[in-house]
Design a protein around this ligand. Structure first.
Ligand code: NDP
Length: 449
C-alpha cells in the first residue's frame, strides 16, 4: 500500500464512522497525511492499529447544563468533555464557551491537543471541553451561575491526576475562577485541577501571556532560519482576545508594528500601527469594558473599521491568525502572498484552511501550524501543574525562561522531522510526526487499551 491509498482508506472509514463532523475530519486528515509514511514503515503500528485507536476518544462526556438567567427563565445548554488520549499523562486541554460549540469542533480540538501536548515534552494527555453557551451580553451573575452548573456535572469526571481543564475561547481567568470555586466546593479538595487560575489561588505567573508570547518566540525561531526577525516588520493579527492581545504585545516588543486586530464582527486597521499605549486601550476595552473592537476606530479616528471582514487583505510581512478555526482561506492566502507576506504563525487552533496551507507551502514561505506555535499556552499550564504539585510558585522570569526553552525545543523538533530534501522546513509534517511518535510509542508499550 502506498501513502495515498493508506490515507484514502483511513479517511473513508473515519468519515463513515463519524458522520457530520467536518472539523474533526479536517484535523485528522492533516495528521494522517503527515504520518502515513512513518506508519507504513512500522508493521507494529499497523498491526496494533495505533492510528485507528488515536482517532477514537477514550471517553466523551455529554451533559445537560441547566441554569436560571437574570429574568428568572430556565435556560438549558449542552456541556461536553472529550477525553481523547491519556497515553502520556492526564487529559489536558481547555474549555470553550461559544454558540458554535459542537462535538465535531471539540473532537478536532482534543485531537490536536494530544499532539500539541506531546510536542511540549511535558507529561500531558489530550482533552477538550465546552458548551454552546454564549457568554456575550451575559451579566456577571449569569456567567457565574452557568459556570457553577457546568461544573456541578463535570466535577466527577476531572481531577489533578485525571483531567485538568483550562481556558479557551470565551473562557478566561474569570470563568476559570468560578469553575475552580465550584469544583473545590463539590470535591472538598484544594487541588490543581484547573490551570489558568488566579495568582492568589495557585495560578502561574505568565500563564495569560504564554500563548501569544510563545507564538512570537516560535515566529522568531522560524524567521531566524532565514536570517530574519520581527524587527521592522508589519504584522496583521486577527482576534482581540487572550492570544491576540499578548501576541500583539510581544510582536511590538520584538520591534514589529501591529497593523490590525479583529473580533467576530470586523477588523480595525491602524495605518500608524497599534502602539503600546493603544494596545493598553484594547486590553481595557476587551478585558474590563468587554466592548467591541470597532470602538478602537472611534477612539483613534485615523484607524479604519471594516465590518464583516477579516484582515488578510491588508499588507503585512507576518500574519498571525489568533481568533478561531478556518478563518484564513485560499483566496485570503492569495492576497497575503500577493502583498508580500513571508511568514504565517498560527496563534489559534487550525485557523488556516487546507487549501490556504497548500498555497503557503507551494510558495515556500514560512508557515507554522497552531499545534506547534501556540503550544506555549498549554506548556505553561503544565508548568502551573508542576508548581501546584510542589506547592510553590516560580517568578515570571523563571516561567518565561522555561517557556522560551520549550518553544525553542518544539521548533528544533519541527526542523528535525520536517525538513524536506530541498531544505524547506515543512512545519506541519515536523510537528505531526514529532508529536505522534511519543504518543504512539507510549500506546504500543501500554498494550491494547
Ligand atoms: P478569546 O475568547 O480570548 O478570544 C477569541 C477572539 O477570537 C475574540 O476576539 C473573538 O471575537 C474572536 N472570535 C471567536 N470566534 C470567532 C469567529 N467565529 N469568527 C471571528 N472571530 C472570532 O479566545 P483565545 O484568545 O483564548 O483563543 C483564540 C484561539 O487560540 C482559539 O482558536 C483557541 O483555541 C486558541 N488557543 C488558545 C489558547 C489559550 O491559552 N487561550 C491556547 C492555545 C490555543 P468575539 O469577541 O467577537 O467573539
Amino acid at each position: 500500500m502506498n501513502a495515498k491509498s493508506y490515507v484514502d482508506n483511513f479517511m473513508n472509514e473515519l468519515v463513515t464512522k463519524n458522520p457530520g463532523e467536518p472539523e474533526f475530519h479536517q484535523a485528522v486528515r492533516e495528521v494522517v497525511e503527515s504520518v502515513a509514511d512513518y506508519i507504513l514503515e512500522s508493521p507494529q503500528l499497523m498491526k496494533m492499529k495505533v492510528m485507528e485507536r488515536i482517532v477514537e476518544p477514550e471517553r466523551v462526556i455529554m451533559f445537560r447544563v441547566p441554569w436560571v438567567n437574570d429574568a428568572g427563565e430556565v435556560v438549558i445548554n449542552k456541556g461536553y468533555r472529550v477525553q481523547m488520549n491519556s497515553a502520556i499523562g492526564p487529559y489536558k486541554g481547555g474549555v470553550r464557551f461559544h454558540a458554535s460549540v459542537n462535538l465535531s469542533i471539540l473532537k478536532f480540538l482534543a485531537f490536536e491537543q494530544t499532539f500539541k501536548n506531546s510536542l511540549t515534552t511535558l507529561p500531558m494527555g489530550g482533552g477538550k471541553g465546552g458548551s454552546n453557551f454564549d457568554p456575550k451580553g451575559k451579566s456577571e451573575m449569569e456567567i457565574m451561575r452557568f459556570c457553577q452548573s457546568f461544573i456541578t456535572e463535570l466535577y466527577r469526571h476531572i481531577g489533578p491526576d485525571t483531567d485538568v481543564p483550562a481556558g479557551d475561547i470565551g473562557v478566561g481567568g474569570r470563568e476559570v475562577a468560578y469553575m475552580f470555586g465550584q469544583y473545590k466546593r463539590l470535591s472538598n479538595e484544594f487541588t490543581g485541577t484547573f490551570t489558568g487560575k488566579g495568582i492568589s489561588f495557585g495560578g502561574s505567573l505568565m500563564r495569560p501571556e504564554a500563548t501569544g508570547y510563545g507564538a512570537c518566540y516560535f515566529g522568531e525561531a522560524m524567521l531566524a532560519t532565514r536570517g530574519d526577525s520581527y524587527k521592522g516588520k508589519k504584522v496583521c493579527i486577527s482576534g482581540s482576545g487572550n492570544v491576540a492581545q499578548f501576541a500583539a504585545k510581544k510582536a511590538t516588543e520584538l520591534g514589529a508594528t501591529v497593523m490590525t486586530m479583529s473580533d467576530s464582527n470586523g477588523y480595525i486597521y491602524d495605518p500608524d500601527g497599534i502602539s503600546p499605549e493603544k494596545l493598553q486601550y484594547i486590553f481595557q476595552l476587551k478585558n474590563v469594558l468587554r466592548g467591541r473592537i470597532r470602538e478602537y476606530a472611534n477612539k483613534y479616528p485615523t484607524a479604519k473599521y471594516v465590518a464583516d471582514a477579516r484582515p488578510w487583505g491588508e499588507k503585512c510581512d507576518i500574519a498571525m491568525p489568533c481568533a478561531t478555526q478556518n478563518e484564513l482561506n485560499g483566496a485570503e492566502a492569495d492576497m497575503l502572498l500577493k502583498n508580500g507576506c513571508k511568514c504565517v504563525v498560527e496563534g489559534a487552533n487550525m485557523p488556516t484552511t487546507p487549501d490556504a496551507i497548500a498555497k503557503f507551502q507551494a510558495a515556500k514561505i514560512l508557515y507554522s501550524p497552531g499545534k506547534a506555535s501556540n503550544a506555549g499556552g498549554v506548556a505553561t499550564s503544565g508548568l502551573e501543574m508542576s508548581q501546584n504539585s510542589m506547592r510553590l510558585g516560580w517568578s515570571a522570569e523563571e516561567v518565561d525562561q522555561r517557556l522560551r526553552g520549550i518553544m525553542s525545543n518544539i521548533h528544533s523538533a519541527c526542523v528535525k522531522y520536517g525538513t524536506e530534501p530541498d531544505g524547506y522546513i515543512n512545519y506541519v509534517k515536523g510537528a505531526n510526526i514529532s508529536g505522534f511518535m511519543k504518543v504512539a510509542d507510549a500506546m504500543l508499550a501500554q498494550g491494547i487499551v
